[in-house]
Design a protein around this ligand. Structure first.
Ligand code: ADP
Ligand code: ADP
Ligand code: ZN
Length: 214
């Protein structure tokens, strides 16, 4: 089962992708997490990506496409995977389709998690992330047992630099401009599925299971 998560920044793609990965025992591949891990380790890729991420801009396609195309060919992806944060532009989607077609393979579902912009800004200021294990929480909606500490691994949580309101506004503009066209792209290829992302995370997940099957 090969799945793409679509949606605005903060729509809940990561939250749902992790639940999908657990339920169906497939890897969760988040390009944002890969970049943040590289930034933390100080790699060249991380240094390059950071200059774009801090401004709320997308990292150039050439820095992300090969990375994902390589990743989805690893052994653990044989049964499927859930891609979170990729593709984010039409060229990325075309590159993924072309690489998979060469392997006689294709994406099965593109799930669009719909949340209006008004809700997004409010959500993002409350997001707290664990850079150690990639878990995501919300100070009001999805709190941790101990404030500021990851339930899953015990590391300290951060407010991401790019979750400041000014940067979130920029990311939303970039989303509408460069990523939203993917909705038409996957509608045309016949694999787009929509879920309402404004409801409780458990109800969003139930709608996704309805699509993917038990
Ligand atoms: P969110 O889930 O909140 O939208 P992500 O963690 O997916 O954020 O991404 C954070 C940042 O990483 C993006 O704003 C962008 O700069 C960069 N990024 C992640 N994935 C991609 C991608 N596929 N193409 C270009 N840039 C990306
Ligand atoms: P994305 O990966 O699309 O950027 P996240 O999964 O990181 O989004 O979610 C953004 C923020 O909203 C996080 O703080 C997360 O805990 C919270 N969140 C996720 N799903 C819901 C939901 N259904 N209702 C309320 N808050 C949510
Ligand atoms: Zn953690």
């Amino acid at each position: 089962m090969k799945i793409i998560m679509l949606g605005a920044p903060g729509a809940g793609k990561g939250t749902q992708a992790k639940m999908i990965a657990d339920k169906y025992s497939i890897p969760h591949i988040s390009t944002g997490d890969i970049f943040r891990a590289n930034i933390k380790e100080g790699t060249e890729l991380g240094q390059k990506a950071k200059t774009y991420m801090d401004k709320g801009l997308l990292v150039p396609d050439e820095l992300v496409v090969d990375l994902v195309v390589d990743r989805v060919q690893k052994d653990d992806c044989a049964k499927g995977y859930v891609l979170d944060g990729f593709p984010r532009t039409i060229p990325q989607a075309e590159a993924l389709d072309a690489a998979l077609a060469k392997l006689n393979d294709k994406v099965d579902y593109a799930i669009n998690v719909e949340v209006p912009d008004e809700n997004i800004i409010k959500r993002m200021s409350g997001r707290r992330a664990c850079v150690a294990c990639g878990a995501t929480y919300h100070i009001v909606h999805i709190p941790t047992k101990v404030e500021g500490i990851c339930d899953r691994c015990g590391a300290e949580l951060i407010l991401r630099d790019d979750d400041k309101p000014e940067t979130v506004k920029k990311r939303l503009d970039v989303y509408h401009d460069q990523t939203q066209p993917l909705i038409d792209y996957y509608t045309n290829s016949g694999i787009l599925k929509e879920v309402d992302g404004t409801v409780d995370m458990k109800d969003v997940f139930a709608a996704i299971i309805d699509i993917l099957g038990e």
